[in-house]
Design a protein around this ligand. Sequence first.
Ligand code: AMP
Ligand code: MG
Length: 344
Amino acid sequence: MIIMKTKVARLTKKNWMTVIKEAADVIKAGGIVAFPTETVYGLGANALDEEAVKKIFVAKGRPQDNPLIIHVADKDITQYVKEIPPIAKQLIDAFWPGPLTIIFKKTNLIPDVTSANLNTIGIRMPNHPIALELIKSSGVPIAAPSANLSGKPSPTTLEHCIRDLDGRVDYILGGTISEVGLESTIIDCTVYPPVVLRPGGITLEQLQLFDHNIYLTTPYDLKDETPKSPGMKYRHYAPIAPLYLINEEDSMEQKINMLCHKYVEEGKKVGILAPDETKDLYNANAFIYTLGSRENLLEVGQNLYQGLRQMDEEEVDLILCETFPETGLGIAIMNRLKKASSKK
Ligand code: AMP
Ligand code: MG
């Protein structure tokens, strides 16, 4: 357990310039800072400073073979990468700033600890004014995984960061909700055809408009001894209580109500994650968290981690959750739900 003095700053229109300057000074001095982005909150350090980057792994309890994504405030990344394949150039032009991380072959400027000894590096330009300003003021690329304790759902609010990291990091700043609410899409452009290693805010369909050969790796293919994206082998995004995904196509509500009834009878506290359309159909004895409309998966994505964390707060014994169609943003949503679920 690390105990250090963490400064927490809630951003307002008045204080934001001062706060960002202070946080940038912490980054420059080799400290670690939790900050908002449009995907989830990140825990950042100077990506070029080995000692600073090591602190991120310690604070999160993150395995050292899980590489970090570096965040830039500018599309010129030539210092950090050996080559920019034409498709990567097109994707940068189309989706940066935004929730797309691109994997490149790295130059020696990037320390091995940042890339977890891989010869590649994931880079993203976030679409968030505070994140961009923090990177610019720091004057260095910021290596940042999600600002949660390893294994916990990623944080989408300042409160989530405080809960996980108070006493473990130098500085936490924020105040707004992360709009996308899910981690970035990761695409590996060091191979052809480029492969999506993690689905996220930019959908497969959007990427395929640039090259129809782009494909998604089979999720959860953990038999592969050296997974392409090392983070994929870890159980992620998990709430404390077991989560069961109910995928009966026609009778999801009936199945959930039946299971809920059974568990309530056994004296268990049941949590249900449901969309607007069905939330009122469920047993009133359960704790129901509404994810948003099935017709608006942006909303469901934005609320997902908040919902999982709320289940921890309510100390439910188990969680029952509806499933969503695996197209568009539904692919990323179901990817996270499957990782959070007990049935893997
Ligand atoms: P996080 O920042 O917490 O969302 O975690 C970063 C994710 O990006 C992990 O799943 C990593 O395995 C993946 N990642 C980062 N860098 C690379 C890379 N060079 N090659 C493959 N996957 C990467
Ligand atoms: Mg993470």
